[in-house]
Design a protein around this ligand. Sequence first.
Ligand SMILES: [Zn+2]
Length: 91
Amino acid sequence: MSRIAGKQQLGPRVVTITVEGRSRWRVVGLDAPSPDFPNKPEAERHLHRELASIPAARRLQERSCLRCGVTFKSQGFHHRMCERCRSHAEI
Ligand SMILES: [Zn+2]
């Protein structure tokens, strides 16, 4: 079971574009603009390289706490409440 991402977030990903009638692949969703690649595996390699270079702290997502609604930095999909609420609610 590996369901990634809610609808609200589209992470970095490989898309196909058409340039002068030819298919090209490009990575979108990264900070740096991506070059175009002639095939999907090359674009995916670029995506993985770029992702690997992002420091962990940068991957933290801002989320609203499920309990009190405050915005906090989530460490992942499992992490849905702010530190304060987590410290008094064991769910
Ligand atoms: Zn909270």
